[in-house]
Write a protein that binds this ligand. Structure first.
Ligand SMILES: Cc1cc2nc3c(=O)[nH]c(=O)nc-3n(C[C@H](O)[C@H](O)[C@H](O)COP(=O)(O)O)c2cc1C
Length: 148
């Protein structure tokens, strides 16, 4: 059987939160919309952002463009409780307080409404409180763009 890691087609997102004045951010591709106002994230137990979201109860989702592959790689390694991943990263104004990346195709602010722990990680469901779409028509970054 072929490698099943990328069996479905996934977009690339930077998921963020803020807790005790510290900013957290990670790349997440295992995410999807499950209702008109709800987003599901599958976050592994390695993620310090996941642990912070569990406490802050809010998170941001930044839909990356193909021009932001560097940000996907940047937020996809290291841990937010060790160093500030946002140093030198351009941000846009945020209504909910979570970091939102400048130049993202779409920026979303959510409140955590469900958190289910399972082997190796957690499923987080967020209800959308804020949504903004860029006026610039750019291509969304997909996981396949990173692998390939
Ligand atoms: C392209 C890409 C996609 C990723 N998708 C996920 C994901 O869906 N869920 C997850 O838990 N980690 C995913 N990761 C790994 C996390 O981004 C990584 O463990 C990160 O360093 C966690 O950072 P944190 O400790 O600051 O939260 C992905 C990484 C990359 C590069």
């Amino acid at each position: 059987m072929a490698d099943t890691f990328d069996a479905l087609t996934h977009g690339c997102y930077v998921v963020t939160t803020v807790l005790d004045d510290r900013r957290y951010g990670m790349t997440c591709c295992w995410a999807t919309q499950i209702d008109a106002d709800k987003i599901l994230l599958i976050l592994g137990s390695q993620s310090t952002t996941a642990r912070a979201i569990r406490r802050s109860r809010i998170f941001g989702v930044n839909v990356l463009t193909t021009e932001q592959k560097g940000l996907a790689l940047h937020f996809g390694e290291g841990h937010s409780d060790v160093y500030d991943k946002f140093a030198g990263v351009n941000l846009q104004e945020s209504v909910t307080g979570v970091p939102l990346l400048a130049g993202a195709l779409k920026t979303i602010g959510c409140e955590l409404v469900e958190d289910v722990e399972h082997q190796g990680g957690s499923s987080f469901v967020g209800r959308i409180l804020y949504f903004r779409q860029s006026s610039q028509a750019k291509e969304p970054l997909l996981l396949v763009h990173i692998d390939g």
